[in-house]
Design a protein around this ligand. Structure first.
Ligand SMILES: *Cc1c(COP(=O)(O)O)cnc(C)c1O
Length: 459
């Protein structure tokens, strides 16, 4: 541990502001704000250098699963460290990566039989795109080189992943650098033009999906989507039956299906993977975030024997998948992932999740009493509360109102760390949260939004 002078909160803040450029952050505002420097974590709590504690309401950006300082994961990493922390995966293999691949294949659908490792969700998606593209080329279908995606999608920040994304607020500026895609309208029930009835939204959005596939299937290599819930899009959930129909249509039109379960994977929706809700098997599956329980950066792209085999050939045929990162299949991260997955069984995480999901659902209903709450959406232990200027007309707040930021800042003051997605307040606590802790998180969130609402109405 460093000596106490180095931990002086004021000096730490000063140094941060002097040297660091934070992700997704307007640094001009950061410079002017009081910032929080985290010193430790315990269970579902974060603690800052001043000793103030915060409920980790967004699982340290959607990745924490069992809480912080989980003895089993800590120990697994320490054990591995006593062996080796890293060796390359190019030309070598390692024990934790082998064990983890077996485990991943065991817990995902049967026909996913191959695991390709990387370090982040963006890369896992990017790899799926490249595999799909190269697959068709090597199968002789050279025209299949485009991708279909859902509007408002978020699949990461590297340029390939941004190309299949659709959040203009983040990515509009990079337009000239992106490849062209075919957008399919996201089944956003709250703001669907012809009304919010789930059956209507499902029918009309799927009809549009089918139209895109029918007209362009000869050029479309793959359709990429988050199953069940588009997270970073603002927690947009899909009507039941949507993902199975997407699977049928992609099969019918000979288009590969890529599921991005970076956010929805590892118990988040109440099942280990969101695809289990409708027993759908994609051709490629991207996982990351919860994979290591929120401990270390690790991601994986799983695929079928059919896709894998298309890359087999003689050296000089150049069918190899030329992709890899320095830290691919890092042993510490793989060991953490193994410990994380073991804990699901040991602690019966999914069984204990059921009542928490029900409790969250029930408590979320009361949020409609707040005049600025327009819509509340939930799948499993992921929820979004959309704030609007007018409940009746659904008119959004102007961007400069920074309503999401303001509401979540209030929550932080009250002891719950939350982050918004635009005007949507996100609740995404670690799965290991107790019902009491969840209740406290909801109390704080309610108070924060309610106070914000009162202040607006008083104006
Ligand atoms: C977070 C996220 C990503 C990107 O993952 P990173 O690890 O941040 O690169 C991709 N897809 C989805 C659905 C995500 O939620």
């Amino acid at each position: 541990m460093k000596k106490s002078a180095d931990l002086n909160p004021r000096i730490l803040v000063e140094k941060d502001k002097k040297h660091i450029w934070h992700p997704f952050t307007q640094m001009k505002e950061w410079q002017e704000e009081a910032i929080i420097v985290i010193k430790k974590g315990e269970g579902v709590y974060l603690e800052d250098v001043e000793g103030k504690r915060y409920l980790d309401g967004v699982s340290s950006l959607w990745c924490n699963v069992h809480g912080h300082q989980v003895p089993e994961i800590d120990e697994a990493i320490r054990d591995q460290m006593a062996q080796i922390s890293h060796s390359t995966f190019l030309g070598l293999s390692n024990i934790p990566a082998i064990e983890l691949s077996e485990k991943l294949i065991e817990i995902t659908p049967k026909s996913l039989t191959r695991v390709f490792y990387s370090d982040s969700g963006s890369e896992a998606v990017e790899i799926a795109l490249k595999m799909a593209f190269q697959y068709w080329k090597q199968k002789g279908k050279v025209k299949k080189k485009k991708f279909a995606k859902l509007t408002q999608a978020y699949h990461g920040d590297t340029l390939g992943s941004v190309s299949v994304g659709g959040i203009d607020l983040f990515h509009g500026i990079y337009g000239p650098l992106l490849f062209e895609t075919y957008p399919v309208p996201s089944p956003y029930q709250y703001r669907w033009p012809s009304g919010s009835d789930p059956e209507t939204v499902k029918r009309e959005s799927l009809a549009e999906m089918e139209r895109v596939f029918r007209e362009h299937h000869e050029e479309i290599a793959a359709f990429v989507m988050e199953p069940l819930m588009q997270g970073a899009a603002g927690m947009i959930h899909q009507p039941s039956g949507y993902i199975s129909r997407a699977r049928e249509l992609t099969k019918e039109y000979n288009i590969l299906l890529i599921f991005d379960e970076v956010a929805t994977g590892f118990g988040r929706t109440g099942k280990m993977f969101a695809l289990e809700h409708e027993n759908v098997t994609p051709d490629l599956l991207a996982v990351a975030k919860g994979l290591t329980g929120g401990y270390l950066p690790l991601a994986a792209t799983l695929t079928t024997e059919d896709i894998y085999s298309a890359f087999l050939g003689k050296h000089e045929e150049l069918k190899t998948f030329f992709h890899g990162h320095t830290y691919t299949a890092n042993p510490l991260a793989c060991r953490a992932a193994l410990a994380n997955i073991d804990l699901f069984e040991k602690n019966q995480v999914l069984e204990h999740l059921e009542p928490k999901i029900g409790f969250l659902k029930k408590r979320l209903e009361s949020f409609y009493n707040i005049p600025i709450v327009g819509d509340v959406r939930q799948v499993g232990l992921m929820a979004g509360i959309e704030l609007v200027k007018d409940q009746k007309t659904k008119e959004p707040f102007p961007l400069e109102a920074k309503i999401g930021i303001r509401a979540t800042k209030r929550a932080v003051h009250k002891g719950a760390f939350l982050r918004p997605l635009g005007d949507v307040v996100v609740l995404m606590p670690p799965l290991g949260i107790t019902q009491d802790e969840l209740g406290r998180l909801l109390d704080i969130t309610y108070e924060a939004i309610d106070e914000e609402s009162e202040e607006i109405l008083a104006r």
